[in-house]
Design a protein around this ligand. Structure first.
Ligand code: NAP
Length: 291
């Protein structure tokens, strides 16, 4: 289905317009409203761009000054864009997002904020470990719960959570990150089931390695993971956005990523951990076989 049709269908479902695109007699025509976390760069930025080019107004969230530049670019796509600079790893950060929503109906929540430091677990500073868990899990769940409760009460809404195929694999040299993504993937499937028949859909986007700032921030550029060919974040986001609009449960973008995900379902955990070690152990950087 073409995106314009898709958004038309969504708008009709939400009661803003008829399926022919004309406004209903009593309905106030308004643009749908999306909250996108992690929107300052990478997959989250591209998800926000998909929303903007498909008629959504936006509240975008990240924890750095790049967010303003991202918001300015998104505004050029025709969306009304508000930004909230907040650390989602702390309750105050999630409070700030909720306050900025200010009681408005959120039609779509795209929770993509996350990070994933590499190196061995014993070398990692525990404050960083805590921040990782609080960003990827606690902050995500807190925001999803607050927004999903309202969606459930009114019987409509779309939620997209960015998990990862990392959640299928014990992540040697990225052990905590992969654990957080196993949690997020599992949580998204469970929440989707709890909300079935409620009018609220939950979609789990599970990318493989994607060309963003993620691996540099993770200090993984001297690893095979850091140097292998990666997916285009715009392609990943388009697949995720379309799946969200269509109300699909899960999406693994890219056939090679789907192959990896399928392998992870059948291979023993010890073999998967060893494979991840070869990809993420420091100073393993060398060209891999084409992906
Ligand atoms: N790139 C990959 O290979 C890959 C693969 C699978 C899944 N993913 C997942 O995709 C999502 C997006 O990552 P990306 O690849 O697009 O990386 P990215 O370019 O580094 O973007 C990460 C985004 O999350 C935000 N963020 C992280 N921690 C935050 C916090 N505590 N509070 C507020 N914002 C926070 C960052 O904002 P700040 O700059 O303000 O921190 C940034 O906007 C993550 O959940 C990641 O786990 C990535």
């Amino acid at each position: 289905m073409h995106w314009n049709e898709t958004i038309g269908t969504l708008l009709a479902e939400l009661g803003f317009v008829t399926r022919t695109g004309k406004s209903t007699a009593n309905a106030v025509i308004k643009r749908p409203f999306a909250v996108v976390t992690g929107a300052s760069s990478g997959i989250g930025y591209e998800l926000a761009r998909c929303c903007a080019t498909n008629g959504y107004d936006l509240l975008v969230v990240a924890d750095d000054a790049n967010l303003d530049e991202a918001a300015a670019q998104l505004h050029k796509c025709g969306a009304h864009v508000e930004s909230v600079e907040a650390d989602l790893a702390i309750h105050r950060g999630v409070d700030a997002v909720f306050e900025a929503i200010d009681g408005r109906e959120v039609d779509a929540l795209l929770a993509s904020a996350g990070h994933g430091p590499g190196r061995s677990f014993l070398e990692q500073d525990f404050d960083d470990v805590q921040h990782l868990i609080d960003s990827n899990i606690t902050g995500t769940l807190d925001l999803v719960q607050r927004i999903a409760r309202r969606m459930q009460a009114r019987g409509s809404g779309r939620i997209l959570v960015t998990g990862s195929i990392a959640g299928f694999t014990p992540g040697s040299y990225q052990a905590v990150y992969n654990g957080t993504k196993a949690f997020v993937d599992s949580f998204a499937f469970a929440l989707r089931n709890e909300l079935k028949d409620s009018g609220v859909t939950v979609t789990c986007l599970m990318p493989g390695a994607t060309e963003t700032d993620f691996l540099e921030r993770a200090d993984l550029l001297d690893t095979r993971l850091g140097t292998q060919k990666k997916a285009d974040p715009a392609d990943v986001a388009k697949r995720g956005f379309t799946a969200m609009i269509d109300g699909e449960g899960e999406v693994v973008p890219g056939w090679m990523t789907r192959m990896r995900a399928a392998m992870a379902m059948i291979a023993p955990s010890s073999a998967l951990a060893e494979r991840h070690r070869k990809a993420a152990e420091p100073e393993t950087a060398r060209p891999l076989a084409p992906t």
